[in-house]
Unconditional design. Structure first.
Length: 144
């Protein structure tokens, strides 16, 4: 049985929040030419995904299956047109905004929730076993 190493989770959460705070210093929206900002955004996305995967214990947060898992953002991409760069990026990539859903529940989330405009999930992109194993080693211990 896997047990969460709470101290490691908390440590990663503090790091995640520090990266988030560092984004405030950037005002440049055209981030494609700013390597430091791109690096911070990628780190924020990576740590957010790892934290949400650990939080879910590697199972769909709705039906509890462990098959065909995917990341689902509660704040959709289309929101970026209604807010500023920092607010969008920081909230979208924050770990609590990322749900772990199986492809079936992910599809249901996109088709049953009233969204404007409709957004189709890519149901062919699954969380890779290598990432799951990495997160297990980082945040969990095996208990008997």
């Amino acid at each position: 049985m896997l047990k969460l190493k709470q101290d490691k989770f908390d440590e990663a959460l503090v790091k995640h929040k520090k990266i988030l705070g560092a984004l405030k210093s950037f005002t440049e929206i055209d981030y494609k030419h700013n390597e430091e900002l791109v690096g911070k955004l990628m780190a924020l996305e990576r740590t957010g995904r790892e934290l949400s995967l650990a939080y879910s214990h590697f199972q769909c947060e709705k039906c509890k299956t462990k098959d065909k898992l995917q990341f689902h953002h509660l704040i959709m991409r289309e929101v970026k047109f209604y807010t500023d760069f920092y607010r969008y990026e920081s909230q979208r990539k924050y770990w609590a905004n990322i749900l772990i859903l199986c492809s079936k529940c992910h599809y249901e989330a996109h088709t049953s929730i009233a969204q404007f405009p409709k957004h189709k999930p890519n149901l062919n992109l699954y969380i890779q076993p290598e990432l799951i194993e990495k997160v297990k080693r980082k945040f969990f211990i095996e208990e008997k």
